[in-house]
Design a protein around this ligand. Structure first.
Ligand code: PAF
Length: 255
C-alpha cells in the first residue's frame, strides 16, 4: 500500500488509473478505523481496483464547540489495518493541503442540510459536502462508499452527486453494530462504561418502533411517543431530536 500525502500526487495516481481504464473506489474516512469502515473497504474491493481510503479529520465539519481537537487520531495503527486488508492507496492529506491559506469555496445542499442533525450542528453538512466534493475531484472515483449509520449524510451526498452531475456514484452500505445493538462509531471511544451501557437506548428505541410498525401501528405520533418514552427514561441520554421522515425528502411524515 502506498501512502499519499499531497493532493498533486493523489491526482497523478488517479489520472493514471483512469488512463488504464481501471475502476477506482474511494472510502472517505476520518480515521480511527473500526469494523464499520472495514466493511466499506471490503465492499469497495469487491467492485473496484484500485481502492483508495482517505483519512482526513475535516475541520470544516466541526462546529466551534465540537470535538475537533480530541477526535481520535491514530494514523499509524490505521495504516497497518489497511495494509493488512490489501488497500492500494491511503490518502492522508494535511489540513494545509486540503484548505490552503485563502480557501473560500464551500458547497451546500440546500434544505436537507439544515434539518435533523443539521439543526443542532449548523454548518456540519456544508463541511461534509465540501470535503467530499474535493475528495471526489482529487481521487476521481467511480464509486465512493459511505455507511448508512449517517443516513442524512448519505442522502445529502447522493443529492450532491445528482445535482452536480458528478461521475462518482455514492454507494451506501449497511450499518455494522456491536452484539448489543450499538452502531460502531469512532466516537464510541469517548464513552465511559456507564455511558456505553446507556448508549444502547438508541437501538432499543428504534427496535421498539420497528416492533410497533410490524404490529400494524402507522401513526408517527404514537411511534415517536414510544421512542421518546424509552429515551427519556435513560438518565444519561439527552435527546437532540427524534423524527420520522420521508427517506427521500427528509421531511416529516404523519403516517
Ligand atoms: O462520515 C465521515 O466519516 C465523514 O463525514 C466523511 C464522509 C469522511 C467526510 O469527512
Amino acid at each position: 500500500m502506498e501512502t499519499i500525502y499531497t493532493v498533486e500526487w493523489m491526482k497523478q495516481v488517479a489520472r493514471q488509473a483512469r488512463v488504464e481504464a481501471r475502476l477506482v473506489g474511494l472510502v472517505p474516512t476520518m480515521g480511527a478505523l473500526h469494523e464499520g469502515h472495514l466493511s466499506l473497504v471490503r465492499a469497495a474491493q469487491k467492485q473496484c481496483s484500485p481502492v483508495v481510503v482517505s483519512i482526513f479529520v475535516n475541520p470544516a465539519q466541526f462546529g466551534p464547540k465540537e470535538d475537533l481537537e480530541k477526535y481520535p487520531r491514530q494514523l499509524e495503527a490505521d495504516r497497518e489495518v489497511l495494509e493488512k486488508l490489501g488497500v492500494d492507496y491511503l490518502f492522508a492529506p494535511t489540513v494545509a493541503e486540503m484548505y490552503p491559506h485563502g480557501f473560500r469555496t464551500y458547497v451546500s445542499v440546500e434544505g436537507m442540510s439544515s434539518v435533523l442533525e443539521g439543526r443542532s450542528r449548523p454548518g456540519h453538512f456544508r463541511g461534509v459536502t465540501t470535503v467530499v466534493l474535493k475528495l471526489f475531484e482529487i481521487v476521481q472515483p467511480h464509486f465512493a462508499y459511505f455507511g448508512r449509520k449517517d443516513a442524512q449524510q448519505a442522502r445529502i451526498l447522493r443529492q450532491m452527486t445528482a445535482d452536480l452531475n458528478l461521475d462518482t456514484e455514492a454507494v451506501v452500505c449497511p450499518i455494522v453494530r456491536e452484539p448489543d445493538g450499538l452502531a460502531l462509531s469512532s466516537r464510541n471511544a469517548y464513552l465511559n462504561p456507564d455511558e456505553r451501557r446507556a448508549a444502547t437506548v438508541l437501538h432499543r428505541a428504534l427496535r421498539a418502533a420497528e416492533k410497533k410498525i410490524a404490529a400494524g401501528e402507522r401513526d408517527t405520533l404514537h411511534l415517536l411517543a414510544a421512542m421518546r418514552k424509552l429515551l427519556d427514561a435513560e438518565p444519561l441520554a439527552s435527546v437532540d431530536y427524534v423524527e420520522i421522515v420521508d427517506a427521500d425528502t427528509l421531511e416529516p411524515v404523519t403516517r
